[in-house]
Design a protein around this ligand. Structure first.
Ligand code: TYM
Length: 344
């Protein structure tokens, strides 16, 4: 795992470190098609070319009150679902964030390099504190410092995420630069890796919003584990417009979103999609989108069910991943503590 293929031979015959990737996903609730198309698909594609480190972000999940039993179950299920989606523990380091204490350690240090004003500007904080007005806890506020720690701990060069994480990534870069400016080069300053296509999959009933599992209306999102019949039904009730013409254009958010999903699942360009549905109604198009999504999700769901039947194996994979991650993380913590003046 660690460093398995981390050296690449260059044309000049020298060797250099392969670029390192880090990303994570919260085990709060169930994974959506938005998570898959916006982020996870890209994780999977990056595994052959880069040194990848992926985690379930369970420490992040407790910023919103969780039932302990459910959180544990959701975390394991998500871990299995990600493997079923193509995250390969033979190629990448894959673990649960809480199993590597260095995340919490670095998070504390970095929170002292993060300004109140910066955290106050985070749109995710504003959204979540509006949704959970009875529990606006300090962790919800300092969440971006923990996310910066996740990334900087591994000296990641690139972070594959959906568009909604762009602001957190910018703050991570600012924190890294600030720390490096004071103590000399300590952290790699990471680049976001956000694909143009499906970087922001929309809510099926209100395309002005992103698709999110926390939406109270279950018809607004597709879950990775939704039954084929449910998927077809949800697409049939997706909001469109009155033009009855399948084309990608401003002001057609509902259709644009369905076209993005269809394109991401079939590899077809918008032009090809427009040709395919010229003269046809939205009903035909919605059916085709549903079928394309089912075709992508069905094999993942089969593999997911198989993986869940061997819980012991999943725990072993996570433990092995955590061990490899902890070794890399320890080097960064050592360096940071020394620079800041903390004894170990
Ligand atoms: P989370 O768990 O909300 O989402 C996981 C990933 O899915 C992307 N995503 C979407 N992409 C396209 N369309 C959507 N509708 C959509 N919804 C979600 C997210 O952008 C994300 O890439 N804070 C992070 C988790 C995290 C993390 C990290 C990510 C913790 N530490 C370090 C990167 C690096 C989050 O809440 O993602």
């Amino acid at each position: 795992m660690e460093n398995q293929n981390s050296k690449t031979n260059t044309a000049s015959g020298t060797t250099e470190r392969r670029k390192r990737i880090f990303s994570a996903i919260q085990p709060s609730g169930q994974m959506t098609l938005g998570n898959y198309l916006g982020a996870i698909r890209n994780w999977v594609d990056m595994q052959d070319e880069f040194d990848c480190i992926f985690a379930t972000a369970n420490l992040h999940a407790i910023t919103v009150r969780q039932d302990p039993k459910k959180l544990r179950e959701n975390t394991v299920n998500l871990f299995a679902l990600l493997i079923a989606s193509g995250v390969d523990p033979e190629k990448s380091i894959f673990f649960h964030q809480s199993m590597v204490p260095a995340h919490a350690e670095l998070s504390w240090v970095l929170s002292t390099f993060t300004q109140f004003g910066e955290l106050s500007r985070m749109t995710q904080f504003k959204d979540k504190s509006a949704r959970h007005a009875d529990n606006i806890n300090a962790g919800l506020f300092t969440y971006p410092s923990l996310m910066a720690a996740d990334i900087l701990l591994y000296q990641a060069d690139m972070v594959p995420v959906g568009d909604d994480q762009r602001q957190h990534l910018e703050l991570t870069r600012d924190i890294a630069e600030r720390f490096n400016g004071i103590y000399g080069k300590t952290f790699v300053v990471p680049e976001p890796y956000i694909k143009r296509n499906a970087a922001r999959v929309r809510n099926l009933l209100d395309p002005s919003k992103k698709m999110s599992k926390s939406d109270p209306n279950t018809k607004s999102f597709i879950l990775m584990v939704d039954e084929p019949a449910t998927i077809m039904k949800k697409f049939r009730s997706a909001v469109t417009d009155s033009e009855a013409c399948v084309r990608y254009a401003e002001g057609k958010d509902g259709i644009n979103n369905l076209m993005e999903i269809y394109s991401a699942c079939t590899g077809k360009s918008y032009e090809q999609i427009e040709d395919e549905f010229r003269g046809k109604g939205y009903g035909d198009f919605k059916t085709a989108v549903g079928e394309a999504v089912v075709a992508v999700l069905e094999p993942i769901q089969i593999r997911y069910r198989e993986l869940l039947s061997d819980r012991k194996h999943l725990d072993e994979v996570a433990a092995k991943g955590a061990e490899a991650a902890a070794r890399i993380a320890a080097r960064t913590i050592e360096k940071v503590y020394k620079k800041v003046g903390l004894m170990r």
